[in-house]
Write a protein that binds this ligand. Sequence first.
Ligand code: NAP
Length: 235
Amino acid sequence: MQKAEIKGKWALVTGASRGIGRQVSLGLAEYGCNIVLHSRETVGTDTLAAELTAKGVQVLQVAAELSDEAQVDAMLASVLASTPGIDIVYNNAAIMTPYRSDWKSVPAEDFRKSFEVNVTALVRICHSLIPGMVKRKWGRIINVTSGIQDQPELIAYSISKAAVDKFVTDTASHLKGDGVLINLLDPGWLRTDLGGPNAPGSVESVLPGALVPALINDGTTGTLFRAQDYVGQTL
Ligand SMILES: NC(=O)c1ccc[n+]([C@@H]2O[C@H](COP(=O)([O-])OP(=O)(O)OC[C@H]3O[C@@H](n4cnc5c(N)ncnc54)[C@H](OP(=O)(O)O)[C@@H]3O)[C@@H](O)[C@H]2O)c1
């Protein structure tokens, strides 16, 4: 794979405090990428920030509840004021609504909540960061989706991920030739707080595959990358 040089670039990783976001942040730091770590409270990324700083990269910590538009906007304003601009964004943070055994009775609240966090905030973050990327003629947007299927018990979550998929393919059509690649990442079913203890994969198995859409240099955009396709590979 012909890799882009991401040393010294700035990445924003949402939901960096644990699970997949934490792994992605560790992986990006190995490539010398500076990182803005997001979670709901900055204390959630304190340990990771120290770990990454020890690797010699610059780290900022930000907090925002993604269902709160004002907090999302304040976070974006602070990120843009404290960095030369975000080159890479992993929209990774998400919530999974409760498993509804009675799948024909899903409260409207499930849809509202999952769309606010998983879709509306993600789109707002992309829309805010795309102009800077276009100006600098370089950007990598990685929106984390899911391979979930045939589980109407989790329909509010899975529909929110389908909305993310649609957002990515439609937005990619308007960024062609700008140097800004927007893609989807399916991490696989992994043992995290969200994935649960019965998932087949370890959270570590998301690397190195999760880094591929940040490192690609061949213009691929509007595409789905599956992290599990790269298990055991060297990029
Ligand atoms: N694990 C899987 O099997 C799997 C499979 C397919 C797709 N995915 C996707 O992978 C991504 C990461 O999942 P994960 O398993 O790593 O999840 P996780 O371990 O539950 O971590 C979720 C992260 O998102 C943040 N977050 C949660 N709710 C938030 C909110 N309302 N506002 C702001 N931040 C919030 C959390 O921050 P706090 O520390 O503040 O709570 C945490 O850092 C998600 O997009 C998920 O849909 C996961």
